[in-house]
Design a protein around this ligand. Structure first.
Ligand code: BGC
Length: 250
């Protein structure tokens, strides 16, 4: 496994990248962030990824992983919830090869965060079933069993009480609907109880920007399963993408 790789995390508002030391899980040098183009079409986003790589000065020998806010099934985007709909059906490997002139390792953003938490963060060394959820604009999920990722779980789109779960319980909805921490915690309780019933995990790790405020909502939740905040906060997507790229480059 290469000990240094580059990770890029594509989000609704920013495309962020860094070179990552895969021994420590820390960034080497500064993180680069460029606003996500509007509209966020595949060609426009791929050009932004190119600019991120250029600003980071990433050479051809460094593996590059890219995290997307969508499932990536054998390189292809089957559906897209929170970025431009023109992504549906796109072969990400072909797109990035055309724009960046190099192969990349694409993966789902929550899967990247999950891998990073298992390798370097809150789920390091935990045996059994770990479910990492990212609470942001949507809800992302990563299911990791004894260190092995089950890719492309989409537990943010579970249908609960007739609704797509992320349309009720994401951090984005908390902001949009002006929910108090208590109101939002009620929705999270419904969500996590359901996931707990389905999977009986050994640990929940809660990530996404809002996890910095975990003290405001986590104590309000009552679950059998231990729940801890993510440790990598904003860096998990980048670190996990770099980690996966490095593993694939073996
Ligand atoms: C997408 C997932 C993604 C999550 C977080 C959901 O709407 O379907 O693939 O991981 O948002 O970005």
């Amino acid at each position: 496994m290469a000990s240094v790789a580059c990770g890029i995390d594509i989000g609704g508002s920013g495309v962020k990248g860094a070179v990552v030391d895969l021994v420590t899980g820390e960034f080497i040098g500064d993180r680069v962030r460029i606003d996500t183009p509007k509209p966020a079409t595949p060609d426009a986003v791929a050009e932004t990824c190119k600019a991120v790589l250029e600003q980071l000065g990433v050479g051809p020998g460094t593996p590059v992983g890219i995290a997307f806010p969508a499932p990536i099934i054998h390189g292809v985007v089957p559906f897209m919830a929170n970025l431009d709909q023109s992504w549906v059906g796109i072969d990400v490997n072909e797109l990035m090869q055309r724009h960046l002139g190099r192969p990349v390792t694409p993966l789902n953003d929550a899967d990247a965060a999950g891998l990073a938490e298992v390798a370097f963060g809150a789920a390091k060394g935990v045996e059994g079933t770990v479910i990492v959820t990212t609470l942001g604009t949507g809800i992302g999920s990563a299911v990791v069993v004894d260190g092995t990722l089950v890719p492309n779980t989409e537990l943010g789109h579970l249908e609960i009480d007739g609704h797509d779960a992320e349309s009720q319980a994401s951090a984005g909805q908390k902001t949009l609907q002006g929910l108090s921490w208590e109101e939002w915690a009620g929705r999270l309780q419904r969500y996590y109880s359901h996931v707990e019933m389905l999977f009986s995990p050994d640990l929940f790790v809660v990530g996404g920007g809002v996890s910095k405020n975990h003290a405001k909502f986590m104590p309000l939740l009552h679950l059998r399963t231990r729940m801890v905040p993510a440790q990598l906060f904003n860096t998990a997507g980048i670190v996990g993408a770099a980690y996966q790229a490095s593993r694939k480059a073996e």
